[in-house]
Design a protein around this ligand. Structure first.
Ligand SMILES: [Zn+2]
Length: 333
């Protein structure tokens, strides 16, 4: 009978569909099981903390303060490589695009004030070997997998380059080599106590300084002296004339590792950084040497990747801390 025949055919289709669906679900379930096993094996903790290290000048004879010698800078990078850190940029960190291998820990290297000691190009357009970028490229070459990337918070000094053509060369080199350029205001103005217009004018001017040279708007801002304006949000969003800015993260100047961008603790309006320094004075606890020791001693608090940029893997005990926008990517184990 034609009705029965028709309905029989449709039953067969339904059965085939159901089998296909079951098989897809089984494949997805087994893939998820495999991912969970990898995450557990490498003790992935993508809700753990990330060191964002702050550098200033890299010079031979630093005065007391935040500058480092080329040898000190090289030694810190070598330590990071040996301890399984992989650099990511500030833009990657704040947007949650952390694509590093399983078992590795992200670190964000940031350089403030665009000094020539951070990057100077020779006549052929290669970084001079004793600049921060020259040293970073060399350490990366000797340590495969250690990505030579960093974020440069620039001001009008622009690596000591006076001519726009030279400024384009140096910012263009950074952009072409996967480095990230962030805003640090045009004049390095202390935003503490300034009125809204002055804050917005200064940040917008820093933004224009960059976009007139390389056309790529910065994703993040670092506050001069780490000082927040009276209303913290003025640093995130604002405008002056026809220049608008809308950042995904604003960085401070102290004193702790930063939360994972996937946790409820992540606050884009004030992201902490760590000064690069050995354990002396207030750096006994609060600078890079001390915090790297602490992160080594406290693996449950440190970010460890599961190697899959699409999932957020963590021991299931930590589940209540997942930020809502990432809940659909959660991979508890
Ligand atoms: Zn600065």
């Amino acid at each position: 009978m034609s009705v029965a025949c028709g309905s029989g055919k449709s039953e067969a289709d339904k059965a085939a569909q159901a089998r296909a669906k079951a098989s897809n679900m089984a494949a997805a379930a087994s893939e998820r099981k495999a991912e969970t096993q990898i995450a557990a094996r490498v003790k992935a903790n993508e809700l753990g903390q990330i060191p964002v290290i702050m550098y200033h000048r890299i010079i031979e004879k630093p005065p007391p303060g935040d500058d480092r010698t080329p040898a000190q800078f090289r030694a810190e990078l070598e330590r990071l490589a040996k301890e399984n850190y992989v650099p990511i940029t500030a833009a990657e960190y704040v947007t949650g695009k952390i694509g590093i291998p399983a078992g590795k820990h992200p670190v964000v290297l940031t350089f403030d004030d665009s000094s020539p000691s951070q990057l100077t190009l020779d006549g052929m357009g290669n970084p001079k070997p004793d600049t921060a970028v020259g040293i970073l490229m060399d350490v990366a070459k000797k340590n495969p997998g250690f990505r030579p990337v960093a974020t440069f918070y620039v001001i009008r000094d622009l690596f000591g380059m006076a001519k726009p053509e030279e400024q384009i060369q140096v910012l263009g080199w950074l952009k072409d080599h996967g480095f990230d350029i962030g805003n640090h205001t045009r004049d390095h103005l202390n935003l503490l106590g300034k009125d809204e217009k002055e804050v917005e004018d200064q940040i917008a001017a820093g933004q224009s300084l960059i976009t007139t040279l390389i056309k790529t708007p910065p994703v993040t801002l670092a506050l001069p002296y780490g000082n927040q304006p009276r209303n913290k949000k003025w640093a995130m969003q604002g405008s002056a004339g026809n220049v608008k800015y809308d950042y995904r993260g604003v960085f401070l100047a102290g004193y702790t590792p930063a939360p994972s961008p996937y946790t409820k603790d992540f606050d884009p309006v004030g992201i902490p950084r760590i000064r690069s320094k050995e354990k002396v004075g207030d750096c006994v606890k609060f600078c890079s040497a001390a915090w790297l020791d602490w992160l080594n001693a406290n693996p449950n608090d440190r970010y460890t990747s599961d190697g899959n940029a699409n999932t957020v893997a963590f021991p299931k005990f930590k589940a209540p801390f997942v930020a809502a926008p990432f809940a659909n990517r959660a991979l508890p184990y």
